[in-house]
Ligand binder design. Structure first.
Ligand SMILES: [Zn+2]
Length: 258
């Protein structure tokens, strides 16, 4: 049986400066946050199947006590960064891919998970690199985040990285498909374990409630496509009993639709 561990990094506010600031729902008052800022929950997932430790997206590029925040979240679950075998990236916006690397004391960066193979769509990587220095237009995520250039250089010509094409299997139990929608080369994943199908829709299906209504989101590259995909995932997911994982939903991270 697959073990699913949501790795909540917390809730953040983000405004025009595109800097994510921790927000504590128990003590911080919503009305005190900067005007025009958005509240966003960030939550990668760890799926453990047999000997595989599969990380779904990597969270923000945040450090705490001199190490990546995600290391600390993993350790709460008694998992060491060296144990991660697969890093699956839905896309490279910085709230999903910020944690791919960490900075060393000498100022250079290395991939955060030394034993893992990273999987990213080949065109998403090219797109991210060519759009990194453009601050607005279609690269702007609804969080105000965009692509962070220097980190992506690490993904090129790295024997720890496998570049994905449009659909296929990473392992017999891990399937992926190019979805587009949120950004042109967004990828979604299915993980199969015995009778279970786990579905990770990244930012095409980021929150449980977003599957309940039909809407076109302004922050999507192709909002109509995202809406149609959600509809499709909901129908198939209900029929086949998928377990959905929601990256931006700390309240309801793991749900089956009925
Ligand atoms: Zn996101």
């Amino acid at each position: 049986m697959a073990q699913i561990i949501p790795l909540a990094e917390g809730t953040f506010t983000v405004d025009k400066t595109k800097i994510f600031k921790p927000f504590h729902p128990e003590s911080d008052r919503l009305q005190d946050r900067p005007k025009g800022s958005l509240l966003i929950e960030i939550q990668p997932f760890l799926i453990k199947i047999d000997q595989a430790y599969i990380l779904l997206d990597t969270g923000l590029h945040l450090e705490q006590d001199g190490e990546p925040l995600l290391y600390q979240v993993l350790r709460k679950h008694h998992i060491e960064p060296e144990q991660i075998t697969h890093v699956l990236l839905s896309h490279l916006h910085k709230d999903h891919a910020g944690g791919i690397s960490k900075r060393l004391a000498d100022g250079t960066s290395v991939l955060s998970f030394p034993q893992a193979t990273y999987f990213v769509h080949q065109d998403e990587l090219k797109y991210a690199l060519s759009h990194a220095s453009e601050p607005d237009a279609e690269t702007t995520h609804y969080t105000g985040s965009s692509y962070e250039e220097e980190e992506f250089e690490l993904l090129f010509h790295n024997n720890q990285v496998v570049l994905l094409d449009d659909a296929g299997y990473i392992e017999p139990q891990i399937r992926y498909a190019l979805s587009g929608g949120h950004c042109p080369y967004h990828v979604v994943f299915w993980i199969y374990d015995q009778e279970e199908t786990i579905f990770y829709g990244g930012d095409v299906a980021p929150q449980y409630l977003q599957l309940k209504t039909r809407y076109i989101a302004k922050y999507d590259y192709d909002g109509k496509r995202s809406m149609e995909l959600r509809q499709q995932y909901v129908e198939q997911g209900k029929r086949e009993g998928w377990t959905f994982l929601f990256y931006h939903d700390v309240q309801r991270p793991v749900m089956k639709l009925i």
